[in-house]
Design a protein around this ligand. Structure first.
Ligand SMILES: [Zn+2]
Ligand SMILES: [Zn+2]
Ligand SMILES: [Zn+2]
Length: 115
């Protein structure tokens, strides 16, 4: 192996042996590219009672999500009305956080990833 550098490429067999698989690079950095976290504000939740849209119509929710642009509290995609996603669809506010006790994560709708 050590003498390979001294050889020419005249011998194609050596060339074949020295074939390298492409090395994956920069995979780690690709996950943290969300620019929307810069738009996050110090919001006050619109309500602590539950999903504000479900409360308005007497609906039910499963989990709660808080919009980090305006403080809208809506229900998750496991809930029948999916008010958090509906809020994004109408306002394009990109980032929500979990409003569940003990949960501490944020989700960007645009990038479709935890941010
Ligand atoms: Zn984003
Ligand atoms: Zn709801
Ligand atoms: Zn919002």
């Amino acid at each position: 192996m050590g003498t390979l550098a001294a050889k020419t490429f005249a011998q194609s067999e050596w060339h074949e042996t020295a074939r390298r698989a492409p090395a994956p690079r920069c995979q780690d950095g690709a996950m943290a590219d969300c620019t929307h976290v810069a738009e996050i504000r110090d919001v006050t939740p619109s309500t602590t009672e539950g999903c504000e849209d479900c409360l308005a119509v007497g609906g039910r929710w499963v989990h709660l999500r808080e919009c980090l642009t305006c403080g809208h509290v809506g229900c998750c995609d496991s809930s029948p009305a999916k008010h958090a996603s509906a809020h994004y669809a109408t306002t394009e506010h990109p980032v929500i956080r979990s409003f569940e006790p003990g949960e501490d994560w944020r989700w960007c709708y645009v990038d479709q990833e935890i941010v």
